[in-house]
Design a protein around this ligand. Structure first.
Ligand SMILES: [Zn+2]
Length: 287
């Protein structure tokens, strides 16, 4: 999440001043000092391929810098992967670093009009680029995805993708299709990946996931029917797990970890939501 006082924007860099937080990336790695503090501008390599201001945190302006993977790391700095930054910096700094990384990618990917190839121009006062020839606008990309932790009595449904590290299982997740509602996507993805039907969707939380542009929307759901049938190529194993016999779980940086922890807590506390129908789910109960 962002700090409470964070104000997002997108403007060219002006003159350096003392009240700046520099989020500088070589490819996907954030440059930090050895003591895990953010570097000053004069400590950074010269000639970034992208540089702009992306918001204010209190009286500090937040600057983003980007270099390609061929850039050497300055001797007094280190490069830390964005996932690892979570354990080194306060959570709200991770949120700002995630915004910086996503905006850097978009800034590089939107330099030419996608419709006619003309170089684009930054719009004044809006985080957007516009083509001077055909007026096509390009806004920062955000790709929504859903995640569902399915509960059946005292068990939860966990699955593993072939891309996960060995032994790790997580909640089911997938990207929303063009024209699809969040609710429809939850039902479709869970059924496609596991053969399981769900009901009683309950909102949990969301998390921007800058790998590279996702916004994950996480829900609890209850089992409604079906037998586990892992989707070939997508899910290599899936099963119902009791909370006293869990497999390896996702790292704490992810919303998957928080969602599963919350599901475990609900089962421990004996809370039951069977039969509960929330407005969010009324449409789907009619399907
Ligand atoms: Zn154009």
């Amino acid at each position: 999440m962002w700090p409470a006082d964070f104000v997002p924007y997108f403007v060219p860099l002006k003159h350096e001043n003392a009240s700046v937080l520099n989020f500088a990336f070589i490819d996907d790695g954030l440059l930090l000092r050895e003591d895990n503090s953010l570097p000053q501008a004069h400590e950074l390599p010269a000639q970034a391929r992208a540089a702009f201001a992306f918001g204010m945190h209190g009286r500090h302006e937040c600057h983003a810098y980007g270099w390609s993977h061929t850039q050497a790391v300055p001797s007094h700095l280190k490069v830390v992967g964005l996932r690892d930054v979570f354990s080194l910096l306060p959570a709200e700094f991770w949120g700002m670093a995630a915004r910086a990384r996503q905006m850097l990618r978009w800034d590089l990917a939107s330099r030419y009009c996608g419709a006619c190839g003309t170089p684009t121009e930054a719009l004044n006062g809006e985080p957007a680029k516009e083509c001077p020839a055909c007026k096509t606008r390009d806004y920062p990309r955000i790709t929504p995805a859903v995640m569902a932790l399915v509960r059946r009595g005292d068990e939860i449904l966990l699955a593993r993708s072939p891309h996960f590290r060995p032994g790790m299982y997580s909640a089911l997740a997938g990207f929303i299709e063009a024209g699809e509602t969040v609710e429809d996507c939850l039902h479709r993805e869970v059924f496609e990946e596991s053969g399981i039907r769900i009901k009683n969707l309950r909102w949990f939380a969301s998390q921007p996931w800058p790998f590279p542009y996702s916004l994950m929307l996480a829900f609890h759901a209850d089992y409604a029917g079906g037998e586990i049938t892992p989707q070939p190529g997508e899910i290599e194993d899936a099963g119902w797990y009791r909370i006293d016999n869990l497999p390896g779980l996702p790292a704490p940086v992810s919303i998957a970890s928080r969602l599963i922890e919350d599901g475990i807590r609900q089962i421990r506390e004996g809370s039951s939501v069977q039969g509960q129908t929330l407005p969010f789910d009324q449409y789907n109960n009619q399907l």
